[in-house]
Design a protein around this ligand. Structure first.
Ligand SMILES: [Zn+2]
Length: 350
């Protein structure tokens, strides 16, 4: 009896020693494997820790899709001309991570476009499952509410931050329909636009009319590149867009309807304008820009004003303070577009 008890006791002791030994072994392996990223030791089971640690470096690069990627700058300008390559990969090819603290919300789990938000209504086989946004109700414009939506196309550029500075000075929010530019300065301009509370929206990646309006597929391909650049740089999921050249132009007569139907199906809202500053027209001057905006806006309670923000639109920048002051004096308030603002659209061909 006593003997048996002794044996049992011995067995228990040996067993528990073995368990403790095993545990210590695990712990030592655990720390050896994780020499650098110790801090991240997850609160989960020890066994999982190795693969977890391994996945760390993988998730880092996609975080810095938004951070300095100098070598890509050189290629990007050329690439933006017509290279059909998707915009995502080059952004990932940079080095050290220093994750920015105010970096975008939950980043995509990989740089590939497929990994973005849940493709709510994407049918099987949709090549762009990330290109869906929730459709929102339009808030009706209140009669008597004099509102101006300043919109800036074709940025980012070296004039983006100067425009933001002017808008900030007056406490005015604007809307930026941007194109595919990927230098670090341009990406910084995108981030600033968001951080300062303005709306970032899709214009086009390439701005090549004959390419993007060839078919709905071609349009989506270009659109997704621009959406990805915005999303990966700022964390913003753009929900509104403006067609390059406006929704009615000489390049999309055959495809405008189909493209717009497809974009509507995906929840996106597009905006044309009812006030044209004329800053993209030949012979425009600082004075003509100012006069165009003021005289045309005065005809409406709700004005969507077309301006440009490419690097040559210095006159537009210079006239901005004068335009804002005059419109404020005329009783207008300023707002940024968002998907609850009913759009002003040209009449599409049937
Ligand atoms: Zn444009």
């Amino acid at each position: 009896m006593g003997n048996r008890r002794k044996t049992r006791h011995l067995r228990t002791v040996v067993l528990s020693m073995a368990v403790v030994g095993l545990f210590l072994l695990c712990v030592s392996i655990f720390y050896q494997g994780l020499l650098e990223p110790i801090a991240s030791a997850p609160a989960e089971s020890g066994g999982v820790s190795l693969p977890q640690a391994a996945s760390l470096p993988e998730s880092a690069p996609e975080q810095q899709a938004a951070s300095p990627a100098q070598r890509e700058e050189a290629s990007s300008a050329a690439a933006s001309m017509e290279a059909p390559a998707p915009s995502a990969p080059p952004a990932v090819s940079s080095e050290a991570p220093p994750p920015e603290s105010e970096a975008p919300p939950p980043p995509p789990s990989s740089a590939a476009p497929v990994s973005s938000p849940p493709p709510v209504s994407a049918p099987e086989g949709d090549p762009y499952p990330e290109l869906y946004v929730p459709r929102q109700e339009f808030v009706p414009h209140e009669p008597g509410d004099k509102v101006v939506y300043l919109t800036f196309d074709d940025g980012p550029s070296n004039l983006t931050i100067p425009v933001l500075d002017v808008l900030d000075k007056y406490g005015v929010k604007g809307t930026f329909f941007v194109v595919g530019k990927t230098s670090e300065a341009d990406k910084e301009a995108l981030r600033q636009t968001v951080q300062r509370g303005h709306t970032l929206a899709v214009h086009t990646y390439t701005h090549q009319y004959s390419e993007i309006y060839a078919s709905p597929e071609a349009y989506l391909s270009d659109f997704s590149r621009m959406r990805n650049l915005i999303y990966e740089t700022t964390g913003v999921e753009p929900a509104i867009y403006r067609y390059a050249g406006g929704s009615v132009n000489s390049y999309n007569k055959a495809t405008a309807r189909a493209i717009t139907d497809e974009m509507n199906r995906r929840g996106y809202v597009y905006y044309d304008w009812n006030v044209d500053s004329g800053d993209a027209q030949h012979g425009s001057t600082a004075e003509s820009i100012y006069q165009n905006v003021i005289s045309q806006t005065s005809k409406y309670e709700k004005a969507i004003v077309l301006m440009h923000n490419s690097s040559v639109k210095k006159d537009t920048l210079d006239q901005l303070p004068r335009i804002i002051e005059k419109l404020q004096e005329m009783g207008y308030r300023f707002a940024a577009l968002d998907p609850t603002v009913a759009p002003i659209n040209f009449r599409l061909p049937d």
